[in-house]
Design a binder for this molecule. Structure first.
Ligand SMILES: [Zn+2]
Length: 436
């Protein structure tokens, strides 16, 4: 028997992939069968991803933008399933005993207010402000209204961290985790945690859409993904953006009054953000091994049994450094991770469980991960891969625990450039706002 839940909920299918009986069954349940291209203001758009197709149809014409989700020829039909699901009422929705700070409570109040008015909202919260806890009451309100919620991030690691936290606090609600590599097959759930890419497969599906880390790669500047956010939400609904470093385009909308704003300058434990120490290195980090000033730092780390995150601009630089590290400090236990590493999650877990003392990483771990008591180093902080935003996020990995709020952050570079200057300036600015 077909499990219809695997199809329902505003999902977009290439009709030819579904057999005719199933198509008819879904149509009886309110699905719409439609052409894969639509005409809007004289433009030909792909109905699935809403990107512009060339005006002159070719013989074998297909949408190249969303081809990663399965090829759609312009001659294909799409089947868009119904999202008119009424979810069952539950006795208890939110099962969380944590306490919100006064600042978080203010943010929650503003979020719920925006929810009542179907108003898009930005939560601009410094790293470690506790923005995830702030969305719990919002999700609860939507669940009570029997609505459907999607929580999305451009980063799969962020989704994977978020999913068990939500399962724990909403134990009786159906929750799914969907991303390109997940083993879980899509099925209709009241809460869906997924990568932003997955939204391309939906149309008018969610009442509340929460986008975490909205400034992060690959969402930043990606037109298709921004379109996907727009079209996957129901017409009457709410989109929430969460960010510690919001992009200009969203701040512009705040300025124009299209999006309301909550600002949280303070970390949940009330201590300031660690301000980076800046170090100019005269020699390359790999010049005759590890730079003497860095060696002093490593001795400090070794002598005090400190845990350390070291960020690198690229995989080759990281790998070269890892070799030297092994040579100089054979007793130091460390792992290295990058976007290409298949064992990434496992290695991050090893570091979290203190099985290793040091983790070497590219910008892949710049956000969405929380460790207790770590010193953070950035090597080649002047490399183009480290934008102002990414340096702020990286510095935000330190001092997240109440007990160890003053973890140190060190930037090492050859040239003190604009991005380093701007990142340090913004962190100091945010700390000053709290004192006011
Ligand atoms: Zn497309």
């Amino acid at each position: 028997m077909t499990n219809l839940d695997e199809y329902l909920g505003g999902r977009i299918f290439n009709a030819k992939e579904l057999d005719l009986n199933l198509q008819q069954e879904l149509i009886n349940l309110g699905a719409l069968k439609t052409k894969s291209i639509c005409q809007v203001k004289g433009e030909r758009l792909c109905r699935r991803c809403l990107m512009k197709l060339s005006l002159k149809p070719k013989k074998y014409d297909y949408c190249r933008y969303c081809i990663n989700l399965g090829k759609i020829n312009t001659s294909d039909d799409l089947l868009i399933t119904s999202s008119d699901t009424i979810f069952p009422a539950q006795e208890v929705y939110l099962n969380w005993n944590g306490k919100l700070t006064a600042n978080q409570q203010r943010g929650v109040h503003e979020l719920l207010n925006a929810f009542e008015h179907h108003q898009d909202h930005l939560v601009w919260a410094v790293t470690g402000a506790g923005k995830t806890e702030m969305i719990f009451p919002l999700i609860e309100r939507a669940l009570i209204n029997r609505q459907r919620i999607a929580i999305c991030s451009p980063r799969v690691d962020v989704c994977i961290e978020l999913f068990p936290r939500l399962q724990k606090v909403f134990p009786t609600t159906t929750i799914g985790l969907f991303h390109g590599k997940s083993l879980e097959r899509y099925h209709l759930t009241q809460i869906s945690v997924m990568t932003v890419h997955q939204l391309v497969r939906f149309e008018k599906a969610f009442d509340v859409l929460i986008i975490d880390e909205v400034d992060s790669y690959p969402l930043a500047g990606n037109q298709m993904l921004h379109q996907a956010i727009k079209k996957s939400r129901k017409e009457i609904g709410m989109t929430v953006y969460l960010s510690a470093t919001p992009p200009k385009e969203i701040l512009k909308k705040v300025e124009l009054g299209q999006i309301t704003l909550s600002k949280l300058y303070q970390r949940f434990h009330g201590h300031p953000l660690p301000e980076p120490h800046c170090h100019l290195l005269f020699k390359e980090i790999d010049f005759l091994g590890i730079n003497p000033r860095l060696r002093l730092r490593f001795e400090q780390v070794m002598n005090n049994q400190l845990r350390l995150m070291i960020f690198f601009p690229s995989i080759p630089v990281m790998e070269r450094f890892a070799k030297k590290l092994k040579q100089y400090y054979p007793n130091l236990s460390f792992v290295s991770v990058s976007s290409l590493d298949k064992r990434r999650l496992e290695k991050v877990q090893q570091f979290r469980e203190k099985q290793v003392q040091v983790i070497l990483t590219t910008t892949i771990l710049e956000r969405g991960v929380t460790f207790k008591r770590v010193m953070v180093l950035v090597l080649n902080a002047d490399a183009k891969e480290f934008s102002k935003t990414s340096l702020i996020q990286i510095a935000g990995r330190a001092g997240r625990d109440k007990k160890y709020f003053d973890d140190e952050v060190h930037f090492y570079y050859h040239y003190y450039n604009q991005q380093i200057y701007q990142a340090c300036k913004e962190i100091k600015y945010l700390n000053r706002q709290v004192k006011k």
